[in-house]
Design a protein around this ligand. Structure first.
Ligand SMILES: Cc1ncc(C[n+]2csc(CCOP(=O)(O)OP(=O)(O)O)c2C)c(N)n1
Ligand SMILES: [Mg+2]
Length: 546
């Protein structure tokens, strides 16, 4: 594969850099951003020409993500949304070939490690388990929770991922879980669009992180729109960090550190992320980084065009404030690179992205074309012994004429051939019937497998233990049984925690947890606010971190 830019997340200390080092890093960053933009432009074309079904890309959001990636370290987590391809490239958690493989929904896990083509496109993830079902060592990898398409739906889980760092830092009994944390130093990076901050889940998770004081760094990518709906109809005062000011930490209070920065200002973004993430990592203070003045050069997604709802003035402003254009201007003005050097870099980057796209497509379509050729041959064999020779030959000609064929084209051609010859029987027809059956099995594996874990750790392998009652068992209240069970489990496994409304200090309104907070401490058994979504999310995030 041709060479690309290097990912640079977490690999240097700015203070130790010479100008030449600095120059190299900036140019490398620009290359990552530029490649990412080309991937968005080309990705949209691939959708519009029919090779992929839908596209939603990270154009206009590149520069902030380069800065965010610099603050991201091994052991950290991301839980974000579909605009983050640049961050994924800059951290090395994904690359251009995988980007195109997921766009084409390649069902091979080796080609699209995020979801083997099963996710909506541009929904990123890293794997949590090894092939044998054991946990990946999260402390040694960069980690990304799988994006979900409900905007804001990832917020409760984000809280839980960050809460894990707090437990790992404060509960010394968890030190044995070395594959998950190094003293709770891991920051959890969340991203969300400005429009999606209108979701209740956002506000609920935001407040809960302020109460819990967890290392959650939430970036809002603010492009002033949510599809066609402008900020004026989304957010009070059209400004999310302005209205969240009451969460700002003050002398002696909990709360947030809040930052606001322009999405096209590379230097300010790098400085902001460095400062914000340092306080988040060291002090476990949650941070909000509101990135304003972002653009969306190709509009929201391949489903429509933004010329329908953005004014001419807005579109012109977006052209002028394109973050990569601004970064390029700044690089030239500060003598980091000349216009000619950047022209050359851009031409190389364009070519490289194109090559990655072609390779990714060839890898998927190569398999399909082989299947198609075999099928065509089998149908022609059937034609040679059938009364419907002309129809079958025409079917093969149509199949061969399909531009960029998919598996559906192959399977429907076989089905049509079987329909045409419904009243005939021959060994040639049987070959097609067998082929279809075999293909169905393969397609099941390709497209319907991996929904549940098939490893030895599957919960479906846990044997059922039937309850046994002694003849002379004492009759007690149900709450006493629950209380004894909770007690036994907390004694058995140091990683078990319980949290919720009233389970802590009073031991639950029905007393199932009576006395247990005193016995096991308030890091293991704790009260929460009335916020059921994020209670569940807190549990999910903790489970994902061991
Ligand atoms: C819960 C939910 N509601 C609505 C949608 C449909 N939808 C997808 S993206 C989007 C707009 C999101 O805008 P914003 O959060 O500003 O992000 P941007 O795309 O502008 O980066 C909407 C309404 C969805 N996916 N999930
Ligand atoms: Mg938006």
């Amino acid at each position: 594969m041709p060479q690309t830019a290097n990912h640079t997340a977490g690999t240097f200390n700015v203070a130790d850099l010479t100008f030449q080092d600095f120059q190299k890093i900036v140019i490398n960053d620009y290359r990552i951003g530029y490649e990412s933009r080309q991937a968005s432009l080309l990705g949209r074309r691939e959708v519009l020409t029919g090779k992929a079904k839908f596209g939603i890309f990270g154009d206009g959001k590149e520069v902030a993500q380069l800065a965010m990636a610099k603050a991201f370290r091994t052991g950290d987590w991301r839980s974000g949304y579909y605009r983050d391809q640049t961050f994924m490239f800059a951290t090395g958690m994904s690359n251009l070939k995988e980007f195109f493989a997921q766009l084409y929904a390649h069902p091979d896990i080796a080609k699209d490690p995020a979801s083997a083509g099963r996710q909506m496109n541009c929904h990123y993830a890293t794997r949590y388990i090894n092939n044998d079902g054991s946990w990946v060592n999260q402390a040694e990898t960069m980690n990304c929770a799988s994006d979900i398409s409900t905007t804001g739906g990832h917020m409760p889980r984000l809280l839980g991922l960050a809460y894990a760092s707090k437990l790992y830092r404060q509960n010394k009994e968890l030190e044995y879980l070395k594959d998950f944390s190094v003293n709770g130093n891991e920051v959890v990076f969340g991203t969300i669009g400005n429009g999606s901050t209108s979701e209740g889940l956002f506000f609920e998770a935001f407040n809960a992180a302020g109460v819990l004081q967890v290392p959650m760094a939430i970036s809002v990518w603010d492009d002033a729109y949510a599809i066609s709906v402008p900020a004026s109809l989304q957010t009070t005062k059209e400004d999310i960090s302005e209205i969240l000011k009451g969460f700002q930490c003050e002398e002696g209070t909990n709360g947030y550190e809040i930052f606001k920065v322009r999405g096209w200002d590379y230097v300010a973004l790098c400085e902001t992320y460095e400062r914000a993430i340092a306080v988040c990592r060291e002090k476990h203070v949650p941070v909000l980084i509101h990135v304003i003045e972002m653009t969306q050069p190709q509009g929201h997604s391949t489903s429509g065009s933004h010329e329908r709802y953005k004014t001419k003035e807005r579109l012109a402003w977006e052209n002028e404030h394109d973050c990569l254009l601004k970064m390029r201007e700044w690089m030239i003005n500060t003598a980091i690179a000349t216009a000619e050097e950047l022209d050359t870099l851009e031409a190389e980057a364009k070519k490289f992205v194109r090559e990655c796209q072609r390779e990714a497509w060839a890898e998927l379509s190569g398999e399909i074309i082989t299947e198609l050729d075999e099928t065509a041959e089998d149908i022609l064999l059937l034609a040679s012994v059938s009364h419907f020779k002309d129809e079958l030959t025409e079917l093969v000609n149509d199949l061969k004429a399909v531009i960029d064929p998919g598996r559906k084209d192959v399977v429907s051609a076989i089905r049509k051939a079987l329909r045409i010859t419904i009243k005939e029987d021959s060994p040639e027809k049987q070959t097609l019937i067998d082929w279809l059956k075999e293909e169905r099995g393969k397609n099941h594996e390709r497209y319907n497998s991996k929904l549940f874990t098939g490893t030895p750790y599957s919960p479906l392998n846990v044997p059922v233990v039937a309850a046994e009652y002694a003849d002379n068992a004492r009759l007690v209240d149900g709450r006493e049984v629950l209380n004894a069970c909770f007690d036994a489990n907390f004694a058995r496994d140091k990683s078990i925690v319980a949290f919720g409304e009233d389970v802590g200090a009073i031991g639950d309104v029905n007393q199932g947890f009576a006395g247990l907070q005193n016995k096991y401490g308030d890091l293991r058994i704790s009260d929460t606010g009335i916020r059921e979504n994020t209670i569940v999310g807190q549990g999910r995030g903790l489970a994902m971190r061991g």
